[in-house]
Design a protein around this ligand. Structure first.
Ligand code: NAD
Length: 270
């Protein structure tokens, strides 16, 4: 199937690990040139290297996306080499800190306000900053795909993740509004909503990709606390998210906009 990604330039924020890394690799495998953004230089370089070693095209882009003017200046330099961004994946996001093996996140009223800002800055301002910078060029060229990685927490609200739920809900509302504004310019704006992801992140909730309800007591506890039972009985894999992003970034999804696609194994059914 031709997904028509050859010659496209994709900016993936937070592409240095976890879900972002998988998205970078998946889009690259279909021929897109990837601008691998991360705040951590070694991560950007490692993912770019993996892609080029696999025969793809990638440029590392070390930048803090919460800083609008720095992002604008530095992305302009990168796109001089790569060409303008055709696909923006707003992936960088912070999940409230949890200790592996425990379900010990604070209630909102116990949470220090210094964490509120961090969570809103990265999840919401990060996405707004990127859209404000790449949007005008997409509008001029009358083409573009904007995909934001959100969380089911932003759609259903999750206890002990109140600020994060709010920040992701903000991204969802923002994306729908932007989909209406940019639709007339042939730009698709969509979201992928994930439930708990298993990957190598030191701050992600779960690190055992192989965890299933049969083998993992912590997972069993968490899934039991979910509102609708156990669904497919495993955690989300980064590749699950990457496949959904690939579809939404392709011309196969040309008539889909303003939608939030749940990639959640049955955790939430909208
Ligand atoms: N992990 C989960 O269980 C889960 C569940 C639902 C949704 N999500 C969402 O999926 C997305 C990816 O999550 P993940 O678990 O892969 O995250 P992660 O923490 O593993 O990776 C995020 C990457 O973003 C980078 N980053 C952090 N701040 C940055 C900044 N200011 N500028 C640029 N890069 C920055 C980090 O260095 C890191 O490499 C996020 O939007 C997250 O909210 C994750």
């Amino acid at each position: 199937m031709d997904l028509q990604l050859i010659d496209k330039v994709a900016l993936v924020t937070g592409g240095g690990m976890g879900v972002g890394r998988s998205i970078c690799k998946r889009l690259a495998s279909e021929g897109a040139t990837i601008i691998v953004n991360d705040i951590v230089a070694e991560r950007c370089q490692a993912v770019s290297k993996e892609i080029t070693e696999d025969g793809g095209a990638a440029t590392p882009f070390v930048c803090d996306i919460t800083s609008l003017e720095t992002l604008r200046k530095e992305l302009a330099q990168i796109t001089q080499q790569t060409g303008p961004v055709d696909i923006l994946v707003n992936n960088a996001g912070v999940v409230p800190e949890r200790r592996t093996g425990e379900i010990g996140r604070p209630l909102f009223v116990e949470m220090h306000d210094k964490y509120w800002k961090k969570i809103v800055d990265l999840n919401f301002y990060g996405a707004m900053n990127c859209v404000s910078i790449v949007g005008p060029s997409m509008m001029e060229r009358r083409q573009g795909k904007i995909i934001s990685i959100v969380s089911e927490a932003g759609r259903i609200g999750e206890a002990r993740m109140a600020v994060y739920s709010g920040a992701k809900a903000a991204v969802i509302g923002f994306s729908k509004a932007i989909a209406r504004e940019l639709g007339p310019y042939c730009i698709n704006v969509n979201m992928v909503a994930l439930s708990a992801v298993a990957h190598e992140s030191p701050i992600a909730g779960f690190q055992k990709i192989s965890a299933t309800v049969e083998t993992d007591e912590v997972l069993r506890k968490v899934l039991r606390s979910y509102p609708i039972g156990e669904g497919l009985g495993r955690l989300t894999r980064p590749e699950d998210a990457a496949d959904a992003v690939l579809f939404l970034a392709s011309e196969r999804a040309a008539y889909i906009t303003g939608q939030c696609l749940g990639v959640n194994g049955g955790f939430a059914m909208m």
